[in-house]
Design a binder for this molecule. Structure first.
Ligand code: NAD
Length: 232
C-alpha cells in the first residue's frame, strides 16, 4: 500500500467558519501578526496576546469540522499507518473530526506552557478569567502553545522522514508562502511523490504540483478521497 501524506493550512478550516490570513489581507482576525504571533509581540504586550488566543480558542471550540476534515478521517481509516497529516493549523479540527496520525507543526490552541519550567497545561484546565495565567508549579507566566514567527516549528525531523517516504503528497488550503511548510512540496517531489494541490486560488509554490484542483476543499476533497480509496 502507498504512503499518503497530507499538508493542510488555514483554507481547510475556512468552510468551518475560521478565517484564513488571506481572507483578511495578511491580518489574523484584524491583528498584525507581529503583534499577536511573535515572541517580541508577547514580551511587548502579553495581555493583548493572551486575549487574542483566548478568543481564538473559544472560537475554535464553537465551530465544527467540515467535509474536508471528515474525508481525511475516511482516508486514514482505509490506510492506517500509511497515512499522516501535517497541519499548519492550530484549531484542533483534525483531532475533533477523528484523525489520529497528526503532526501539528505550529502548535495548538487548546494548550499552553510555562515560559520558565516548560510544563504544558490544557487550556480547559486553566482559569481563562485571569488575564495573565501563571504556572501552578513555578509561578512564572504561561504562554500559548503556538509556534510564532521566528520560532522553530515542531516535528521537523519526523516531517522530513515522512516527506522522503511519501508516494502521494496532498497539499490542501495553504497559500504556499509560510516557510518551512511552503517548501515541503519540493522535498516530497524530489523524493518521487506524486503531488496534488487543492486550493481556492493558485498557491505561490504552484510549480511543484503534478496535479492541481481549483476550488473549495469541502467540495473537491471527498470525491478525490473516494477515488484514492478505490485505487490504494
Ligand atoms: P493562508 O491564510 O496564508 O492561506 C490559506 C489558503 O487557503 C489561501 O491560499 C486560500 O485561497 C485557501 N482557501 C481558502 N478557503 C479555501 C477553501 N474553502 N478550500 C480550499 N482552499 C481555501 O494560510 P496558511 O497557508 O495555512 O498559512 C498561514 C498561517 O496561519 C499558518 O501558519 C497557521 O498556523 C496560521 N493560521 C491558522 C488558522 C487555523 O488554525 N485555522 C487560521 C489562520 C491562520
Amino acid at each position: 500500500m502507498s504512503n499518503v501524506i497530507v499538508l493542510t493550512g488555514a483554507g481547510i478550516s475556512a468552510e468551518s467558519g475560521i478565517k484564513t490570513f488571506r481572507d483578511s489581507n495578511g491580518l489574523w482576525e484584524n491583528h498584525r501578526v507581529e503583534d499577536v504571533a511573535s515572541p517580541e509581540g508577547f514580551i511587548r504586550n502579553p495581555n493583548l496576546v493572551w486575549d487574542f488566543y483566548k478568543q481564538r480558542y473559544t472560537q475554535s471550540i464553537s465551530v465544527e469540522p467540515n467535509g474536508a476534515h471528515l474525508a481525511l478521517v475516511k482516508l486514514e481509516k482505509h490506510l492506517g499507518d500509511k497515512f499522516h497529516i501535517i497541519t499548519q493549523n492550530v484549531d484542533c479540527l483534525h483531532t475533533r473530526a477523528g484523525s489520529r496520525r497528526i503532526y501539528e507543526m505550529h502548535g495548538r490552541l487548546d494548550s499552553c506552557f510555562c515560559t520558565r519550567c516548560r510544563t504544558h497545561f490544557k487550556i480547559e484546565d486553566i482559569d481563562l478569567a485571569v488575564q495573565l495565567p501563571h504556572c501552578e508549579l513555578c509561578g512564572a507566566l504561561l504562554r500559548p502553545d503556538i509556534v510564532w514567527f521566528g520560532e522553530i516549528p515542531y516535528y521537523l525531523y519526523e516531517i522530513e522522514e515522512l516527506l522522503k517516504n511519501s508516494d502521494y503528497f496532498l497539499i490542501i488550503g495553504t497559500s504556499g508562502v509560510v516557510y518551512p511548510a511552503a517548501g515541503f512540496v519540493m522535498t516530497a517531489k524530489l523524493f518521487g511523490a506524486h503531488t496534488i494541490g487543492i486550493n481556492l486560488e493558485k498557491p505561490d509554490n504552484m510549480g511543484f504540483f503534478d496535479e492541481f484542483h481549483l476550488g473549495k476543499c469541502g467540495e473537491l476533497l471527498p470525491p478525490i478521497v473516494d477515488e484514492m480509496i478505490k485505487h490504494l
